[in-house]
Design a protein around this ligand. Sequence first.
Ligand code: CIR
Length: 258
Amino acid sequence: MEVVLIAITRGVSAGIGACELTHLEREAIDVAWARAQHRAYEEALARAGCRVESLPALDDLPDSVFVEDVAIVLDEIAVITRPGAESRRPEAAHIAPVLARHRRVTFVRPPGTLDGGDVLRLGRRIFVGLSGRSDENGIEQLRTVAWPYGYTVTAVPVSGCLHLKSAITEAAPGVVLVNPAWVDAGVFGKVSVVEIAPEEPYAANGLLAGDRLIYPVSFPRTRKRLEAAGVAIEAVDVSELQKAEGAVTCCSLVFPAE
Ligand code: CIR
């Protein structure tokens, strides 16, 4: 039976110009252009076979387009996170009722912090970046929720980047795309590794949806490496969202329908 994938997205906030920035200098963001790019991203998700549930923009929450950070959706349960950046914490209350239509929902409680961008699931193995956003307490809470369903949860040190998934994402089943300067690929066990082109440090973030990788047009050299490894690419231009330190995984929550 064909698996139906749900992709939850949220429109770009009119306030995105006031987003959190950690590693980038602030640049003006053209909201209309960002919204057009985001719509094209949603269309790419639909072409990949996802049923896109597009939520309305929240203009008073600058980073709320980056829905990945506020929840972790496992097959059995959804975990609403407590984001590491205080300005992002109110986003969680907006996503909880949406996910409650798809999964039983549980919450990360204070003082723990966890950003979905730090969570990489490879089958029943969950890896969580120990980053500026996710801490030991948040990771332990995720472990407590996930282990009864047979998941292992492993904390992974990351350095130089915002989230674990800035440094590594799943490019195809059994294949990971890695920036070795930011994370040690040895931690992830038996996987094939495609390394980014060193001159494209932000290139390790791709979004696996169905049979293809949704991938930014801004990393042509790494794209060549992925295609040489047999990865099918669906290219998207997310340049305005990249100015907000966003990437392609962070703009959606993709999971199988129940
Ligand atoms: C932030 O700093 O929280 C946002 N400006 C960017 C979040 C990107 N999220 C992600 O890559 N998972």
